[in-house]
Ligand binder design. Structure first.
Ligand code: SF4
Length: 190
């Protein structure tokens, strides 16, 4: 668990962003990095709930509740609180192949379902996820997962592009890719 009293001691704080007026002038990243110590403080707000609704990934009354790919949120929050970034990345990759996408564009139903949100602003789950994967690229911890053997089977790039555009099917693609196939040109090792 993060800091047992963290959710009582610390307020929710998200990373600053480049102003919309400035960001429309270019295609640059507009999420500004947050210091590691501040991220550890934010992660310490996680209460490690007995029933962590943040990662349930289910429909309640036809409304999405929690993470649709069941990210192990309390676990990587705890690892970040303890400053174990590589371990947090490994835990994140157990359920999510492209946190660099979801950490930027996911509407974060996890935060809407965060139990802390009942009494206080919820844990900044999306920003912590984004920061974990950014650290992973920065440190060179994210490397190609090469298949053990190849079958020569091929996937048209158009089909692959469709599949990886969706979080759930991207999971399938990575797993298939790491076991069997190569994509048809451009030749990128998967
Ligand atoms: S619901 Fe919120 S407080 Fe509870 S484990 Fe998930 S992120 Fe932490």
């Amino acid at each position: 668990m993060g800091k047992p009293t963290g959710f009582m001691e610390y307020l929710r704080e998200v990373a600053a962003e480049v102003s919309p007026r400035d960001r429309i002038r270019n295609w640059d990243e507009f999420h500004l990095p947050m210091p590691d110590t501040d991220l550890q403080t934010q992660a310490s707000r996680c209460m490690d709930c007995g029933t962590p609704f943040c990662h349930t990934g289910m429909e309640i009354n036809r409304m999405a509740s929690g993470c649709p790919i069941n990210n192990l949120i309390p676990e990587w929050n705890d690892l970040i609180y303890r400053g174990l970034w590589k371990e947090a990345l490994d835990r994140l990759h157990k359920t999510n192949n492209f946190p660099e996408f979801t950490g930027r564009v996911c509407p974060a139903p996890c935060e809407g379902s965060c139990v802390l949100g009942i009494t206080n602003p919820p844990v900044t789950i999306k920003n912590i996820e984004y920061s974990i994967v950014e650290k992973g690229w920065e440190q060179g911890w994210i490397t190609p997962q090469l298949p053990h053997k190849r079958t020569g089977k091929k996937l048209p790039l158009s089909v692959l592009a469709l599949l990886v555009s969706l979080p759930l099917t991207s999971l399938i693609v990575r797993d298939i890719g790491s076991r069997y196939t190569e994509r048809r040109s451009p030749r990128l090792v998967c």
